[in-house]
Ligand binder design. Structure first.
Ligand code: HEM
Length: 280
């Protein structure tokens, strides 16, 4: 049993046509297995998080009670993208597991909503947000090394508190970005295979082999997004992460939560005096 389904083209060539649909179940089970293992680890094995210098930063006394985290535009983007993502996942995969309905039109319309929201996000993040805040930096890697050594029971100094996003969030963003771009680029090409009413339908735009690879890449990134979405929703509803999830609705988090997990010199709140703890 392979992970792809194959067919013979009119030219007699053996071409892939799409992924084998059992991968939907693999992705679902992988997501559920991750959350079960993680929940058991946190409940029974993980130690309380410890950070270097738990002394309040000098800037902390001047902080407002609520710390702004996501602008209205960023929140609107997040929820529009999330709605499009759920519509895409359900319209794509329900018919494959036996729930039949006329899914293609809903699917590509949600695909366009996702594409436009991501284009907006790229411009917004590049010119109006702190673009580099979501990419891993040297401090993240040094702290990850320390955390790993301490996890193994070796001696290492305590890691620093996080900047705006912990390394795990940054890595998640990188993976979801790659999967998202892959479904978008292949999905836009695949719109030439279906009747949209505004794009010229042209099934001969690519060779059978290229079309097949396109459907395979679309499907692989798509099932990957099943696992990634389960993991994301799991973290969003974990009790200790609820303040972060709430900030995606109301836009801000409490000063206490901010000071517990974040280093004010690494995530500087606009309009406050900036004092660096380590001189960088
Ligand atoms: C979460 C994101 C997405 C997932 C999980 C997903 C999944 C899928 C799946 C499983 C198929 C069926 C492929 C096959 O039969 O081999 C499909 C088809 C398709 N998707 Fe997506 N997709 C996503 C995003 C998009 C986007 C962003 C677009 C457009 C911009 C798009 C447009 C299409 C089109 C046009 C088809 C072809 C329908 C056909 O040939 O009958 N998809 N998608």
């Amino acid at each position: 049993m392979g992970i792809l389904e194959w067919a013979t083209s009119p030219l007699g060539q053996r071409v892939p046509i799409h992924i084998a649909w059992f991968l939907i179940w693999v992705a679902l089970i992988a997501g559920l297995a991750f959350l079960i293992v993680h929940a058991i680890y946190v409940r029974y094995l993980a130690k309380e998080k410890e950070f270097a210098s738990d002394l309040p930063s000098p800037a902390a006394v001047e902080l407002p009670a609520r710390i702004p985290r996501h602008s209205l535009a960023a929140r609107l983007f997040h929820w529009i993208m999330a709605a499009a993502m759920f519509v895409l996942l359900f319209t794509a995969f329900l018919p494959k597991v036996g729930i039949q309905f006329n899914w293609v039109t809903y699917h590509w319309i949600a695909g366009i909503v996702l594409t436009v929201s991501i284009l907006f996000h790229i411009v917004h993040a590049s010119f109006y947000l702190d673009f580099w805040s979501i990419w891993p930096d040297r401090s993240d890697l040094e702290d990850a090394r320390k955390r790993f050594q301490r996890f193994l029971g070796k001696s290492a100094s305590l890691p620093r508190k996080f900047a705006k996003y912990p390394l795990e969030n940054k890595l998640y963003h990188g993976v979801v970005m790659l999967a998202g771009l892959l479904v978008i680029v292949t999905g836009i090409c695949m719109m030439f295979r279906v009747r949209t009413g505004f794009l010229p339908r042209d099934p001969y735009l690519f060779s059978d082999m290229t079309w097949g690879m396109m459907y395979v890449l679309h499907g692989l990134a798509g099932v990957g997004l099943i696992t990634l979405t389960i993991v994301h929703v799991y973290f969003a509803i974990r009790p200790e992460k609820l303040p972060i999830t709430a900030s995606m609705i109301v836009g801000s988090m409490s000063r206490e939560f901010y000071l517990k997990e974040h280093d004010p010199s690494r995530w500087v709140i606009e309009g406050l005096p900036h004092r660096s703890a380590d001189g960088d």
